[in-house]
Design a protein around this ligand. Sequence first.
Ligand code: SAM
Ligand code: DTB
Ligand code: SF4
Length: 364
Amino acid sequence: MSATKHNWTKQEILDIYNKPFMELLYEAATVHRINHDPNTVQVSTLLSIKTGGCSEDCGYCPQAARYHTDIEGNDLMSVQQVKAQALRAKSTGSSRVCMGAAWRNVKDGEEFDQVLEMVRTINKLDMEVCCTLGMVTENQAKRLAEAGLYAYNHNLDSSEEYYKEVISTRGYQDRLDTIDNVRKTNVTVCSGGIIGMGENIEDRAGMLVALSTLNPQPESTPINALVAVEGTPLEDQKPVSIWDMVRMVATTRIVMPETQVRLSAGRTQMSREGQAMCFFAGANSIFAGDKLLTTPNPDVNEDMEMFKMLGLNPQKPFTKKVQPQTVEAKDSEFEALGEKPKWTRPEHTIERNEVAKAKAKAIK
Ligand code: SAM
Ligand code: DTB
Ligand code: SF4
């Protein structure tokens, strides 16, 4: 294992990102094989347990209630539905299930109790359980940990500067504080972002500074290519080029050598050759299944064909860290505190978000 550096500067990261392509690829692949098995890629399945109707204004997101998009909203799924889907995912080679909810933050109550039960249920299927539910308090993170949560996904999405151009209903510091709350438990941190939102390379480097200077660094970092969804403020963004995607994956690999780097949204626009370059550059996880949360993703059989062609093996669960114990609800050490945390609402004006909101109003 190489010693992990926690004081990366933006200039150092830019210098890596901008290296001649072949140098960058060679360096990233070298770091990758020192720290990981280059022929193993984790297959993870996303489950949208509560879809749409979200109060936030994230410019990329089809689930924000204020924009008019073509998605079908759904209330919280039942534990039985989740169990059935998790079993299906397991049977097609997934070792991890990531449950996403279109919430700004977790609220104590029946719905959160139901999510805790989903976590217990999936952990008992011997799969890694990840949740992405918005901001969480320390007590909520502890309750998730006690239920057997393996990872919590909470993305920084971009640099602090560009974040302000995309979201006005919450602040970057809230994201960092949530990650900090998760860090107070044994739950691993999954945090990354999106490229192709109109940010510049400095913003990409800025996001990697924010992630790589966390100590410890996130165990997992998703790199999403924006899926530009009609009706969202970012609907007209051009698809990000494969060269940018490979550069971003490679740079992430170099600055966070031990992190599981996830080739996340946007794979439907990528060729197999492009994805193979990403794996070579250090990506070692994909989301499988024909749907991400609300947008399309390659079919799992096609992905397994690609794995076969590249000689890749799906990663077994709990390869990187032992399985957490599940404590049953009746034996719980923590109770709902009914907190009303003051997550910030900057509410500055983002022109394109306002335009998308007005368009949606006109349609309704
Ligand atoms: N509501 C929670 C939150 O925002 O933290 C969890 C769910 S949210 C959909 C999870 C992540 O999905 C976002 O942080 C963002 O990185 C990613 N995402 C959402 N829409 C996307 C899109 N259109 N293209 C790429 N990534 C997207
Ligand atoms: C992450 O960084 N990407 C995944 C997962 N974490 C939750 C979500 C991608 C969502 C893409 C848009 C959609 O399908 O709604
Ligand atoms: Fe809501 Fe999360 Fe989508 Fe933002 S990214 S609108 S918080 S579901």
